[in-house]
Write a new protein. Sequence first.
Length: 254
Amino acid sequence: MRRSKRRKTSVKSYSETEMANKFDIRDDNKASTITKIGYKKGPTCDVYEKRESIPLRCKKTGVLLFKDHPEFRPNLTPKEVLQAGSFGGTYFRPIYSSVTGKSYKDVHKEFPEDWFKGLNMKRQVTRSTYDKGINKYGVKCGGDLHMWESSGWISDIDPYGWFQWYCRFYMGRRSSDDARQISRGNGVAGVKGRFRNQLIGRCSRARKCFDDVSISPVIRQALLHWGYELTEKDADIYTSRKRIPKLPRKKKSD
């Protein structure tokens, strides 16, 4: 019998501690350049005049459908991310951007008031100190703005980062940075997303349901920040493709 010469690829396993510091993923943008030791310059981008309509949600799968970018399929709107409890309540805090050299505050006001209905703005949206108790899964998840900026992740048009880009993209803005940001989002939470599939694998090994929050709460919180929540259907597709044990179903209550 001839042995296959095909190499086996290893799958990296993220620890919960490591995940807590990997809210944002390194983007090896070839356009980035080293401006000083350990510091990368983020991309300079253009905002297009043409706008697109707000996406509809697929009734069957729950994913959001962007007509001009069908490859991007998050299943949570920006409003749902914020309402769930995210970013330790700090995302839209006042900041000074090293990328643009400007200070920002009240940037959340460009978005619909409905997104923030029922939220305590000072505690859950614009607070200056991170509070993991605000988060849906009660865990810390994320690095500071300096870390993102120094690694070249932040563009000049979205100084707050990926989620700011997502909020604007969802509302119809289009820019020269969309392909990069979509690629980053898919790399984390898409069909081949490392964190999404890492979570499914952990559930499978532990023989737990897809929504058992005892399994990797940090990964779940990170995925929430990227506009995604694991579904049973997505888990079934992955386990079938990888030929690993299918996740158990919840027992029906009497």
